[in-house]
Design a protein around this ligand. Structure first.
Ligand SMILES: Nc1ncnc2c1ncn2[C@@H]1O[C@H](COP(=O)(O)OP(=O)(O)O)[C@@H](O)[C@H]1O
Ligand SMILES: [Mg+2]
Length: 280
């Protein structure tokens, strides 16, 4: 009876992200967004390009990824395991960081937890019968602690997306990693409310808000876009890091150089403060 109980309690600990994950402890940013498809990967990749262009060794990590396609050389028909899947988000950001996403040893570091189902991670975990392997995420963090100068972590969906069946959220994960947060939002009618709700929730958790990036700005901007780009930084009391235009429907194949350029002044200024803090 006692042995049974201790087995159950050690299994519970295996699954408990609060017991397994730790603060990152090095310089970096956590990229979240007001929604899925808002541009987190695009901005993470552009930030990776901007920091890398300064000669900084950039690490990237898509902590928990759902909707992952099958690895071309892995996985027979039937249930797909973590290693049978690849995370396109991690690959896009890795390339911009100057890393090789096809490197099999690097893959668990840039995308430690992968699901196939294109739904919230906690539902994908349920459907695929695999709770998130938090230890593999902890190993990825440990790796980046010594293998990069600056880490960019991309969340999943928005701020309060559940990641497991205990409803451990992206917000909880960001709190543990304790990195300043970048919020990606977009220029549409309704964005003031969505963006403010997100930044309020981030501040409620006592996390630093590095700034916001307004993505999908129509070119030329309509009235909603123009006014939201102007209003948002005041409303949420955070710097506007960049306003990125809509460039076609999909820029995942090639992150525009103009996006990297737009984020370079922020990267330069942020890196200066990282260096100053490092010397203190
Ligand atoms: N400014 C933009 N112009 C054109 N396409 C964009 C822009 N930002 C993002 N996209 C495209 O929109 C889709 C969703 O963006 P993505 O960065 O993957 O969002 P998220 O990571 O938040 O889900 C992708 O196909 C991406 O290439
Ligand atoms: Mg993404």
């Amino acid at each position: 009876m006692i042995i049974g109980e201790s087995v159950i309690s050690s299994q519970a600990q295996e699954l408990d992200p609060w017991k397994i994950l730790k603060a990152f402890g090095g310089p970096g940013l956590f990229v979240t967004g007001t929604n899925t498809d808002i541009g987190k990967t695009t901005v993470t990749a552009a930030l990776a390009g901007a920091f890398a262009s300064l000669g900084i060794r950039v690490g990237v990590c898509k902590a928990v990824a759902s909707g992952c396609p099958k690895h071309p050389d892995r996985g027979a028909a039937g249930a797909l395991a973590n290693d049978d899947l690849i995370s396109p988000d991690a690959s896009i950001a890795a390339r911009m960081a100057g890393l090789d996403p096809s490197n099999e040893e690097l893959r668990p570091m840039i995308s430690p937890i992968r699901y196939a189902a294109p739904v919230s991670p906690h539902i994908a975990a349920r459907i695929e019968g695999r709770p998130p392997d938090w230890k593999s995420l902890a190993r990825a963090m440990e790796y980046w602690r010594t293998h990069c100068d600056f880490l960019l972590i991309e969340g999943a969906g928005g701020w309060l997306v559940p990641l497991d069946n205990r409803l451990f959220t992206v917000a909880d994960m960001a709190c543990i990693f304790a990195l300043p947060v970048v919020v990606v939002t977009a220029a549409y009618l309704g964005t003031l409310n969505h963006t403010w709700m997100t930044t309020e929730c981030i501040r409620h958790r006592n996390l630093a808000l590095a700034g916001i990036v307004v993505n999908h700005v129509p070119d030329p901007p309509d009235m909603a876009a123009q006014t939201s780009v102007e209003e948002l930084p005041h409303l949420v009391h955070a710097p506007l890091l960049a306003a990125l235009p809509q460039v076609g429907q999909d820029c995942s194949g090639q992150i525009p150089a103009t996006f990297v350029e737009a984020l370079k002044p922020f990267a330069m200024q942020w890196w200066e403060t990282v260096k100053v803090r490092g010397k203190q």
